[in-house]
Design a protein around this ligand. Structure first.
Ligand code: NAG
Ligand code: NAG
Ligand code: NAG
Length: 380
């Protein structure tokens, strides 16, 4: 503490406050710097959990830096000949394709399998897998678009963690906001939620009854924008933290946490609950801006900011156990006839029907052909 020693008594107390606050917000010392060689903008960053290598995705470049931020390797991700009104690559197009920069939309590193997943804005939002130790080596490329292709729309990608390096294929979850760029026919190819396999990036499951994805109903896609803030996998479930309109008719934006059973190939176990960081019963305009799961994987920490003119922010810590209780209650309420099957943007609205009780994801899997009440949302 830098307080001058000659101050005494209450004066010292007063000055302590002045000393403490500046110390708390002192600028940190910068240990090392990496400057983009061509001064391109950066969009995404990921750190290899084992080697500490830093992967930085920017406009037209992916860099791999050592843990000391020395440049190890760079890969050119763009520009490429593209046109958002043309179909995805390899299909012919009558319109001219022009040199288009690649914005990095999503980037993750799986330390255990030496895999980098990179998604860019090119070709309607394509993803590819690269070797973590050699980012110029591509190991898979999505044949269909996966993420939004415009600069503004959000997306999250995450893996089921803790998989050993065994033979089971890795599973990737994607949450993608509906893009506003290009021919709608091709924008419609990107699901709102999907589960994919690595390295192929194809949908994890598909048969005559459905597939491992959810798409917003066609008539709502342009207006019902779901912003993806964060996504994580936790003990048999995938969770997506979003901000979205309160309802189809509403212009109010609210925070929702959605959950899907890992064992559910058709995403029929989708359940969402509202998430608020404030006093119960008090209407607030705070929405989630960022989140992380704690190291013990027991809590979800979320930062919220006010949308109104009065700028204010706060952080809330939620126990994942409590969140699961809320999800369970929503499911049980539906099974006892309270609430709505939906949500309205993914599924036509229907009342919950009284039916057999929910017990586990495994049971959901078995009952899946009998029940259509598994799309749930809480009543507004
Ligand atoms: C990375 O892979 C490419 C393509 O196979 C190869 O030509 C190159 O030598 C590799 N680089 C390193 C550093 O291993
Ligand atoms: C969040 O709350 C849990 C208890 O529910 C606690 O164990 C944990 O330390 C808290 N985490 C943070 C970051 O405050
Ligand atoms: C939710 O319900 C399932 C099935 O009844 C149960 O196994 C699980 O422990 C419940 N979770 C919580 C947090 O209550």
């Amino acid at each position: 503490m830098q307080c001058p020693g000659r101050l005494a008594g209450s004066l010292l107390l007063a000055s302590l406050c002045f000393c403490l606050i500046p110390q708390f917000i002192t600028a940190l010392e910068i240990l090392r710097t990496f400057r983009e060689p061509e001064d391109r903008p950066f969009q995404r960053l990921a750190v290899h959990p084992r080697t500490g290598d830093v992967y930085v995705g920017g406009t037209d470049r992916l860099h791999r830096l050592g843990s000391d931020l020395s440049l190890l390797q760079s890969a050119a991700t763009g520009p490429r000949e593209d046109n958002p009104d043309c179909p995805p690559p390899l299909l012919p197009c009558d319109l001219p394709r022009v040199n288009t920069p690649a914005l990095t939309k999503a980037l993750l590193v799986d330390g255990q399998k030496d895999v980098v997943v990179l998604c860019t804005s090119l070709f309607h939002g394509q993803c590819q897998t690269l070797r973590g130790s050699n980012i110029t080596l591509s190991t898979g490329f999505s044949t269909q678009p996966v993420v939004p292709n415009d600069a503004a729309s959000s997306c999250v990608i995450f893996l089921k963690p803790g998989e050993d390096a065994g033979s089971s294929p890795q599973v990737l979850y994607v949450g993608a906001e509906y893009s506003s760029l290009g021919n709608r026919k091709y924008r419609d190819l990107v699901p709102s939620l999907s589960r994919r396999l690595l390295p192929s990036l194809e949908l994890a499951y598909r048969d005559a009854d459905g597939s491992s994805r959810l798409t917003v109903l066609p008539e709502q896609r342009e207006n019902f924008k779901i912003e993806f803030v964060y996504g994580f996998h936790h003990e048999g479930f995938a969770y997506f933290l979003t901000t979205q309109p309160k309802s189809k008719q509403s212009s109010q934006v609210v925070t929702r946490l959605a959950r899907i059973c890992e064992a559910d190939n058709y995403f029929r176990s989708y359940v969402e609950i509202p998430l608020e960081c404030g006093d119960a019963g008090v209407v607030s305009d705070f929405i989630a801006r960022a989140a992380a799961v704690t190291a013990d994987r027991e809590s979800l920490v979320v930062s919220f900011s006010s949308q109104g003119s009065k700028k204010s922010s706060k952080v809330c810590n939620f126990s994942i156990e409590d969140l699961n209780v809320a999800f369970n209650t929503t499911v049980e309420d539906c099974y006892s006839g309270r609430g709505h099957v939906g949500p309205q943007h993914y599924h036509k609205r229907q009342g919950c029907k009284q039916t057999v009780s929910y017990s586990s994801c495994i049971k959901i899997k078995r009952l899946i052909y009998l029940l259509f009440v598994l799309f749930l949302s809480v009543s507004p």
